[in-house]
Design a protein around this ligand. Sequence first.
Ligand SMILES: *Cc1c(COP(=O)(O)O)cnc(C)c1O
Length: 382
Amino acid sequence: MNQVKIQHIINFIRKYYGTKDFIPLHAPVFNGNEKAYLNECINSTFVSSVGKFVDEFEIKLAKYVGVKKAVVCVNGTNAIHLCLKLVGVESNDEVITQPLTFIATTNAITYANAIPVFVDVDIDTMGLSPKSMLNFLGQNAEVKKMTCYNKNTGRRIKACLPMHTFGHACRIDEIRQICKEYHIELVEDAAEAMGSKYKGQHLGSFGKLGAISFNGNKIMTTGGGGVIVTDDEELAQQAKHLSTQAKTPHSWEYHHDEIGYNFRMPNLNAALGLAQLEQLDQFLEKKRNLAQAYKTFFEKQGIKTFEERTDEMSNYWLNAVILESLGERNLFLKEMNDAGVMTRPIWQLMTKLAMFQDCPKANLENAEYLEDRVVNIPSSVK
Ligand SMILES: *Cc1c(COP(=O)(O)O)cnc(C)c1O
């Protein structure tokens, strides 16, 4: 890697996007019914947490993802938080997750008063490694009366929360098998994976519950928003209940049967989301074309790109290159950002943050390797 090579990359990206202006990492595209639906929503006066767009969006999301139920929330982070509560995560439980993720995954575990346990990721998926998980459980876990405990801490290991990095599937079927063996509940952080499939099945639908985000930078957006997807109709009902202040249905009485949350998605956001969902297949096609163009280009440069595995259909939400070293990464980031072509390193490992540095963890060599080398490059739909 040198300046000449980086300039060549900049030229390629500028040519692809056809602009000399600043190129962001990911900008939303509103070319469909967004304005029409938003106007309709405003005219109806139902702009807040109930309305026909919320109902319709939930039905269409469930259909798209291939699950029985979808419950929309104000954002993906609280969708994950609710999922953890719904599978029975309680104070002082442990939740197995990956250190290489956006902080929302780990924060959600903390909101549920649980403790994250970090196992390694696989190099080729950048998602939770079943091998590392199995190894960790083999050394540290025991199952008593259908409940998994961490022998070292005495705490219950209640759930596992893998994340599908940049829309690429982790080895979710293997993880599901391990969870079953150890009596651990599986919740998927599919925040980045709207439209992604593994063996023909939409991500987020492998676990008991899954959460997807519709934040402004995701593949489709509701401004801010998220959804819980599940095949368990009873859990979906509970999700709706918990996300609406746990109010028991009645036309005028105020009665609440537990401590709930105000996590409902407003109708305005659902209107935007519905219009975006109508364009999702088009976004996916363009994303995959861009990923292919990057792959062909970077291969010639001798630079590795992050690619889907066989059996997988990634949404290629954010494209990523895997550089040779931390030094090369830093040079790349500086030159590209200085030239107005936005690039960003993958996240700092959660285990390096003060809040999580004392949490239980496995050997994290793959996560550490990737942390030093992975950089996201512009990935907007053109
Ligand atoms: C975006 C994201 C979230 C959270 O979504 P918000 O809607 O922004 O709250 C959670 N986990 C991961 C991995 C994400 O990328």
